[in-house]
Design a protein around this ligand. Structure first.
Ligand SMILES: *Cc1c(COP(=O)(O)O)cnc(C)c1O
Length: 445
């Protein structure tokens, strides 16, 4: 790994290290103890030549367009969002990505989901089915509405909700499904929509990792009742922190502004009608976000190309399950995630990751440390000052110590994330595939 590249990659790798809790490959490597088999070239970890021979230089993620927007913004008399030109521009550009009638900008992806959950009328004791492999922001709003996250299991290589298990988890208390398009790979929306319609449930799309993705040619976020996006720093486009919530539904859309802004309707003031917090996004953030959206298509299309190329090149390798994407969908690879089939390999995941790192790969074993239900806050049911009022009141019998999603747990035990960035080249990704192939063939049982 060249020194220059090391420096360039530090900030985002550090973020990942902080955010994932996963095992990050380091450059201090120990020799593998697995018995060597004859292979075309020895692994770099055993002193062979590295598979990654070129480096990619990180490009700045912001510059002239953001500067221009910020400078326009500073000429304004007010930096408040309501009626603000930056907010209006952001909403207009958002609609080009996700064409829905009602749009509310807000302070985070977590806020966007909380607004959606509240606008959907989800309340004490209601159940919302979602995935246990996601950012905790997916379920924070559910819990704040005194509702209950119910975790369903996942597809083995899509890492998205398995519709059959979603249906199994439905009870008379179920009110909604939150479909998380993990890593930018669209969920099976036809199946989830059918289930939602059959059981009269609200369908919320968590598109935080899926800017620019398409489900069967349709923009992500336009199939469910709500679309929730994040503009946090690690996402495809960002203003540091921010979010957008949208809806094309006439019942819910008009409520978004109220639920994002202290419970009052700014178009037609009728006082504080509903209980809601302040999730507003100010004009400086909207200015940066609006400028960032002009970069989205280039960022997304590049990641689509690189991720799909990697799948093409690592398909059929022993012990390796590529990221599964439907051929008619557009996955935008927030990360690329593949899995190992331990029975087909003579090494464990950390050995595999160390060998990849030695080949020069920027890679990390695992994603979040545990499925969400395994986190202390869930195991202790201690959401509100150490208590969970709805459980004490008998509105839910949920016991997270008894929840198990076997496939989700297996995914977290066997997954490896490959970092995909828009500044990478196809040649570089081909070498990434070479590295994975070399290591997989070496350790093939
Ligand atoms: C980032 C993220 C969120 C939360 O977004 P924030 O802006 O960090 O609050 C929610 N869901 C998923 C899938 C995410 O990746």
């Amino acid at each position: 790994m060249s020194k220059g590249r090391n420096i360039k990659w530090v900030s985002r790798r550090d973020f990942v290290k902080y955010a994932s809790g996963g095992l990050l490959a380091t450059s201090t490597l120990m020799a593998s103890k697995a018995p060597a088999v004859q292979s075309r070239s020895p692994l770099a970890i055993d002193g062979g030549e590295k598979a990654i021979k070129i480096s990619c230089r990180a490009e700045p993620r912001w510059g002239e367009p953001e500067l221009k927007q910020l400078s326009d913004m500073l000429k304004q008399g007010t930096l408040f969002y309501w009626g603000g030109p930056q907010t209006e521009l952001l909403i207009q550009r958002f609609r080009e990505v996700c064409p829905v009638e009602y749009v509310q900008t807000c302070s985070s992806g977590t806020a966007a989901i909380h607004i959606a959950v509240a606008a959907a009328g989800i309340g004490p004791g209601d159940e919302v089915i979602t995935t246990p492999i996601t950012d905790i922001g997916t379920v924070i709003g559910i819990l704040y509405q005194q509702a209950v996250p119910v975790f369903a299991d996942l597809g083995a290589a899509t890492y998205n909700l398995a519709p059959a298990d979603v249906e199994r988890k439905i009870t008379p208390k179920t009110k909604a499904i939150i479909a998380v398009h993990l890593m930018g790979n669209p969920c099976n929306m036809d199946a989830l929509k059918k289930i939602a319609d059959r059981h009269n449930l609200i369908l919320i799309e968590d598109c935080a990792q899926a800017w620019g993705a398409k489900y069967r040619g349709r923009p992500i976020g336009t199939i469910g009742h709500f679309a929730c996006f994040s503009l946090q720093n690690s996402k495809h486009v960002t203003c540091g922190d921010g979010g957008v919530v949208g809806s094309g539904d006439q019942r819910f859309g008009p409520l978004l502004q109220k639920f994002g802004d202290k419970g009052g309707d700014r178009r037609k003031w009728g006082g504080h009608e509903v209980f809601a917090t302040n999730y507003r996004m100010s004009e400086p953030q909207a200015a940066v976000a609006a400028a960032q959206l002009t970069r989205l298509e280039e960022i997304a299309s590049k990641r689509v190309k690189l991720g799909n190329l990697l799948t093409e090149k690592i398909s059929g390798l022993p012990g390796v399950i590529p990221h599964e994407v439907h051929p008619d969908d557009r996955a935008v690879y927030w990360f690329y995630m593949f899995r190992l089939r331990p029975a087909e390999l003579r090494c464990n995941r950390s050995q595999f990751v160390r060998a990849l790192a030695a080949e020069g790969l920027s890679v990390s074993g695992g994603y979040i440390a545990k499925p969400l239900y395994g986190e202390p806050i869930f195991q202790n049911h201690s959401f509100f000052a150490g208590r969970w009022p709805i459980k004490e009141m008998g509105l839910t019998g949920m016991d997270y110590t008894k929840v198990k999603c076997p496939e989700a747990e297996a995914i977290l035990q066997t997954c490896i994330r490959v970092f995909i960035y828009e500044y990478m080249t196809e040649e570089y990704i081909s070498q990434v595939a070479e590295a994975i192939a070399k290591v997989a063939r070496h350790y093939a049982a």
